[in-house]
Design a binder for this molecule. Structure first.
Ligand code: SF4
Length: 340
């Protein structure tokens, strides 16, 4: 599509900052198209992002990150932050995706809710410029919340955007954003997101473990890192034990080819095994289920059903086997030893 001067693609996260950034430009009559970039570990919220787009009155496209994104996380050119968060590479990749939407929609710049100095890795002045340059977007990323403390962007220089009507916010305080929200009558906005899971040390440990043990990794492998307690049973085999009913059901949804689901007949956690069925797998799975079920709640002859995952195309229900669950379960220190 031919480029339309004055039209921008705004990255919506579902948080207040990106909503305000969009609003500041819409107030000036700038035409915007929203985009939500969906990643399995993201700090963003799709439902809130779509709601924000509706309230702003702009269309919003959801772009799901592909397996290519895993390569970015695995081999970041600019390294990791405090955990397994390669923020600079991640932002370059995200802007590259948004650039694709620019071409599709005829937009000529990108808008974000970034605030100078708000995040240590990707929102410092030098990193912002580096990211822009590496994404091939120098001068074409507008950050309305911090515009006055950043050099004028192309849309500002060309007069499509009035710089004087933008803000000069820096740092982590949310005070000015709260005032702006009030001024725009935005009353129903989420608290700042808990953050991207890649910045979380425990989640980062799981990512590291996955990278160390598995050559080919897809987004589903990454998604699974978000649920349950993880145990390494063998070089390529992992057991994931649900922490509540909802996680049990979620794990069951991931039962596919090459995976096993251990489902107790008594009230207790379900466990999903990923990878080749190691000799010790059944014992660890049943032992972990018994341990987390709590000894007092067991029936006289407890059993666990082991279901074999089949491909979606395979006809019939998954195969299953009934295993007697005897013993007190694995000792806490044994579980701790193999915990990821
Ligand atoms: S915190 Fe960093 S790694 Fe996580 S989504 Fe944001 S930029 Fe990417």
């Amino acid at each position: 599509m031919a480029e339309s001067p004055g039209k921008g693609v705004v990255l919506l996260s579902g948080g207040l900052d990106s909503t305000l950034a969009a609003r500041l430009l819409l107030e000036q009559g700038v035409e915007l198209v929203g985009v939500y970039l969906s990643a399995p570990w993201g700090c963003c919220d799709k439902t809130k992002a779509l709601k924000s787009a509706r309230q702003l009155g702009i269309p919003c496209q959801v772009i799901k990150m592909t397996d290519e994104y895993i390569g970015v996380i695995r081999h970041p050119k600019y390294g990791y932050g405090s955990a397994m968060n390669p923020c600079i590479d991640c932002r370059i990749h995200m802007f590259d995706k948004a650039k694709g939407l620019m071409a599709q929609t005829g937009a000529s710049f990108i808008v974000t809710g970034e605030v100078l100095g708000q995040r240590p890795m990707s929102q410092m002045r030098r990193s912002m410029f580096l990211i822009e340059e590496q994404a091939g977007l120098t001068g074409r990323i507008v950050r309305p919340l911090s515009a006055k403390v950043l050099p004028p962007t192309e849309p500002e220089r060309l007069g499509w955007i009035d710089r004087e009507r933008l803000c000069g916010i820096t740092g982590r305080s949310r005070k000015i954003q709260q005032q702006l929200a009030e001024q725009f009558g935005i009353l129903d906005y989420p608290n700042p997101a808990g953050g991207c899971q890649l910045t979380d040390k425990q989640f980062g440990g799981r990512v590291k473990d996955l990278f160390a043990h598995q050559e080919r990794i897809d987004l589903e492998d990454m998604e699974l890192l978000r649920f349950g307690r993880h145990f390494r049973v063998g070089p390529q085999t992992k057991l994931i034990v649900g922490r509540n009913e909802q996680e049990n059901r979620t794990l069951a949804e991931y039962l596919g080819p090459g995976r096993l689901l251990f489902e107790p007949e008594f009230h207790g956690p379900w466990a999903l095994a990923v990878g080749p069925p190691e000799a010790a797998l059944q014992q660890v799975a049943v032992g972990a289920i018994l341990r987390y079920a709590g000894a007092g709640k067991l029936p006289p002859r407890p059993a666990v059903i082991c279901r074999v995952g089949r491909s979606r195309e395979a006809a019939g229900e998954p195969l299953s086997e009934r295993i007697e669950a005897v013993g007190p379960g694995l000792a806490p220190e044994e579980l701790e030893r193999i915990r990821i």
